[in-house]
Unconditional design. Structure first.
Length: 263
């Protein structure tokens, strides 16, 4: 029997692909760039075009659902809520770096039910359904089995505001001294996908938007990751502080973050 969640997931996968295809088709040429909050926080005409396409499709199929979207904010609605990042990795996209994605997740009653992250340059659809596993296309995902932080490849990102950016530079320094290596690619949704796939052994970042992480968190959860904030408490989508890894690496990462938590 087909449920509302089946229909919502099918829609999410379809519109993520369609929006991503539009982004890929229009990746070359001059961008119309403006700034949302500070010189580093870019938004382009393609962010807005992608979001408009996605929101139209959701409203057409589910006119009573609520939406939280990166560019247009919150749209009131019923118990089901969608989280939409129409172009995660805008700076990469604007510079022609092929590390960007479309991220769409949906929840009911505060519980994430489904999420998709589409990476247009590789035509990879990363997706998860609650209780049904996480996948890259048809490949089932599992988090890394690495047990020792010294052998781990970690990833993070940096917020646009200078004060929290400096705080995370301290975390970066601490992890660089303890882990095998640390990466920063500029797309939190893809970072979470790569963590779910065991490509990265662990991920940490703060000051993220709910649209950045809603789908990726479900992927990590369904792939077996331990997910908390920096204090070891539940992740709050609207606070945007995340540590994701297998249980052993997660425990070691929390120990580092607690030592380096400087406010």
């Amino acid at each position: 029997m087909r449920t509302w969640s089946d229909g919502a997931f099918a829609l999410a996968a379809d519109i993520a692909r369609r929006a991503g295809t539009m982004l890929l088709r229009n990746r070359r040429g001059r961008r119309s760039i403006s700034y949302k909050s500070g010189f580093g926080n870019l938004v382009t005409e393609m962010d807005r075009a992608s979001e408009a396409m996605i929101l139209r499709a959701i409203r057409r199929a589910f006119p009573d659902h609520a939406i939280v979207a990166e560019e247009s904010g919150r749209h009131a609605g019923a118990d089901v809520r969608w989280f939409v990042d129409p172009l995660d990795g805008t700076t990469n996209y604007a510079h022609g770096l092929p590390i960007y994605a479309v991220s769409i997740g949906f929840e009911r009653g505060g519980v994430m039910e489904g999420g998709v992250v589409y990476h247009p340059p590789l035509d990879d659809l990363w997706w998860a359904r609650r209780g049904r596993g996480a996948f890259r296309n048809r490949e089932r995902l599992r988090v890394s089995a690495t047990r020792d932080l010294a052998k781990a490849l970690l990833c993070t990102g940096f917020p646009y505001a200078m004060k929290p950016k400096v705080r995370n530079l301290r975390h970066w320094d601490a992890f660089l001294r303890r882990a095998r290596a640390v990466r920063r690619l500029g797309s939190a949704s893809l970072d979470l996908c790569f963590t779910a796939a065991g490509i990265y052994d662990g991920f940490w970042e703060g000051h993220l938007g709910p649209w950045d992480i809603a789908a990726g968190l479900l992927l990590c959860s369904e792939a077996g990751a331990t997910l908390t904030d920096y204090s070891g408490g539940p992740v709050d989508l609207f606070t945007g502080e995340v540590v994701a890894a297998n249980r052993a690496i997660h425990r070691q990462m929390l120990a580092v973050l607690r030592r380096r938590r400087i406010y």
